[in-house]
Write a protein that binds this ligand. Sequence first.
Ligand SMILES: *Cc1c(COP(=O)(O)O)cnc(C)c1O
Length: 459
Amino acid sequence: MKQRTIAEPYKIKMVEPIKMTTREYRAEKVREAGYNTFLLHSEDVYIDLLTDSGTSAMSDRQWAGMMLGDEAYAGARNFYNMERAMQEIYGFKYLVPTHQGRAAEHITSQLRTKPGQYVPMNMYFTTTREHMERAGGIFYDCIIDEAHDPQSEHPFKGNVDLNKLQRLVDEKGAESIAYLSIAPCVNMAGGQPFSMENLRQVAEWAKRYGLAIIFDATRAVENCYFIQQREEGYANKPIREILREMMSYGEGCTMSSKKDNLVNIGGFLATNNEEFFIKAKEMVVVFEGLHTYGGLSGRDMEAVARGMYEMVEDAYIASRVRQVEYLGQRLREGGVPIVLPVGGHAVFLDAKRFLPHLPQEHFPAQALAAELYVDSGVRSMERGIVSAGRDPVTGEHRRPKLELVRLTIPRRVYTNLHMDVVAESCQALYEERDRIKGLKMVYEPSSLRFFQARFEPLP
Ligand SMILES: *Cc1c(COP(=O)(O)O)cnc(C)c1O
């Protein structure tokens, strides 16, 4: 039987009008922005799929909670609400709030890495690797090879390759490893999940060598949905239980609340390690704010606390991930090359197959993102050679196998008709792909260059 439609488990109470613009207007705006979608003004964007970070629509309950912000400097009521929610939903003992995810990464990297140590990760994430390298750590990719192949339909492309971990220990010794950084729904691989079975094996392996797992838990709930749908033994388990089991294999996590937690700003570090918690509290005071607010206002912490309970409701997470699947389905029907299977938060256009006439040093994904904006006012993001940056040792471009354009779906924000507009625009561009030209980089920041780099079209 055909899968029945699941509609959104909410209705719309307030709307925000968005601007419709002409093609000529957008061509001018993208030129002014140096062909970098990060440099566009959001009011010139029609459908904003730049990121799902901090772009979620909050519920009436979260907004109501914001009116209950306790803006005391120390020990605000909302901190304790957030702490209790984290303990109930994620299951860790100690909470350090931060203004967003990268602040938790900063603290964790500085406190848990000795210069020259390796940090194995299931594929890199931009800010995570940057903080790791600033702390003197060396990124070590331990994701399965299938993750680097946009045409592999492996159901758990976020899995860790235990042979790669073993090789590192055999060659360098377990003491050369700081900790394992494990990310659910791996962003850079296309939002691909790992299986609980794989995580269990990784946890056993880590225990053997006395290594801690610190999750980048940013998209853990979306990963839990895939486990529920795809992994034997989980079909009837509530998402809330699956998340608790997943987190139980780690010592703690860093978290960007701007994703799963359904808020516009916030993050945290959580851990069961008391010694680390004490040091993290000392450090958060220097860089973020007192350990009971970490750069957040009381009302923000309240919204995070309420968001944590909402994100694990089964109907919510099903409709969230299925909207992403819907866009993927429409693109496949239109013959547009995308990364398969479709991930939990975004659909990724495969720019290498979309624009086979462009060499990677002409920035095909960057060029495609700019063209998509001009065609329909849809804003997307490059995830390819620009995002990968340069090798800190050789200074050469890193050349990732994946050269992608990310269409990221904000939570609870757009309807499936918006998704149809996006799919039609991608299809129209695919039909006229031969005319799309590459770019040259004319300004390059020294780190995280994709945010601010500027480009000009090649003749
Ligand atoms: C967004 C994100 C981060 C960084 O979090 P911010 O809140 O943007 O600082 C870290 N890891 C992953 C996987 C992310 O998606």
